[in-house]
Design a protein around this ligand. Structure first.
Ligand code: AHR
Length: 361
């Protein structure tokens, strides 16, 4: 698997070098390709010094208006993702940041080739990556380092040495998993169930959000006597998650809870539970993640018992960090965790509706 995957990425890079002219994103200007040699899976340089920002005109102090950001988005797989994309487009417009937005349509090879193109693009001074996968970026990260391009990770972490990027701004997904297990424990305890069998509808395979939420949930579930009896990806979407839950229910009705990695997956599970003649929030407890407006609807109806927030409004912090990076600021930590909370059906419809009115997503 790994061998063919890095081969696919290497082929992608050579294709990218050839095809650089026709990107499928909103990127306006095609980068000038100098067809660099394809570096197949360049090893990560251990304990390399902190990335030094691109040399700038002596004494130039960068501001937000000097940013030309090559932004590599995962795709448009969820309400959360739409809010994250809007955060970048709106903040860029407000602050005068030039944003070259690339929608990778949830394909890793698309992200890698876009990254390669942004490294080649002389107008781009910052590359921002929302990583689909925890691995697969070694080659292009090494290219960016060699080209002195500032790299900022947003939303999701990757398994690369932190010397390969300036900073990561995103959620503590393990802690979100901890909060999810705690919420599930409270819901099952309140439901006075004797057994605590929980099925998991996980995020897309390879994504740090799913990997870490699953890890955090399992770290905390034991103390409550919760067992994860089945797990399968719903790929962050409603229809696929509904089908997964239908299959779980066909296999066994001995299910007391659903641990769904985002709101769309929780909504899919709720639809399947209802079609099976069961009552979500009564017969089966449902915990979701993101706390989008759609998620709030199911908290207010009581069908979802808890929604663990994941903050999508990251653009202002990312752009501020990019300016600091270009100005040679080495005080920015390698990880800036997002500010997030948790919401519960038990808060009641009035309180939840009042909160919902204050939220942007
Ligand atoms: O990385 C954050 C996750 O990505 C969100 O929880 C999910 O909705 C999105 O697809």
């Amino acid at each position: 698997m790994m061998k063919s995957r890095s081969l696919r990425i290497a082929l992608t890079l050579s294709a990218a070098a050839i095809l650089a002219g026709c990107s499928s994103s909103g990127a306006t200007t095609a980068p000038v390709v100098t067809a660099p040699p394809v570096v197949a899976s360049a090893p990560v340089v251990a304990s390399a010094p902190v990335v030094t920002p691109a040399p700038s005109a002596a004494g130039k102090v960068f501001t937000l208006k000097d940013l030309t950001v090559g932004f590599i988005q995962t795709g448009s797989e969820s309400g959360w993702r739409a809010a994250n994309t809007a955060s970048f487009k709106e903040t860029a417009a407000t602050e005068g940041v030039t944003l070259k937005f690339y929608d990778a349509q949830n394909k890793l090879e698309n992200q890698v080739s876009a990254f390669h193109n942004f490294v080649q693009d002389p107008s781009v001074n910052v590359i921002v990556l929302a990583a689909l996968d925890v691995t697969g970026y070694d080659t292009v990260l090494a290219e960016a380092k060699a080209a002195n391009k500032l790299v900022v990770l947003e939303d999701r972490r990757i398994d690369a040495d932190s010397s390969m990027y300036y900073t990561y701004i995103g959620s503590d997904f393990i802690n979100e998993g901890h909060e999810g297990a705690k919420a599930m424990c409270d819901l099952l305890t309140a439901a006075k169930v004797t057994k605590k069998n929980v099925v998991e509808i996980s995020g897309a395979v390879g994504a740090s959000a799913g990997i870490d939420r699953a890890k955090g949930f399992r770290e905390n579930m034991g103390a409550c006597g919760i067992t994860v009896t089945a797990t399968q990806t719903g790929n962050w979407g409603v229809p696929e998650s509904k089908a997964v839950m239908e299959a779980f229910l066909k296999k066994s009705k001995d299910i007391q809870g659903v641990f769904a990695h985002n709101d769309e997956e929780a909504i899919g599970a709720i639809q399947a539970i209802k079609e099976a003649g069961l009552v979500p929030g009564k017969d089966i407890q449902v915990v979701g993640f993101d706390a989008t407006a759609d998620g709030f609807k199911y908290l207010i109806s009581g069908e979802m018992g808890a929604d663990i927030e994941c903050n999508p409004l990251l653009a202002p912090q990312v752009f501020d960090a990019a300016v600091k990076g270009l100005n040679g600021d080495t005080t920015v930590p390698k990880w800036v965790p997002s500010q997030e909370g948790q919401f519960f059906a038990a808060q009641g419809a009035d309180a939840l509706n009042a909160i919902l009115k204050t939220r942007k997503y």
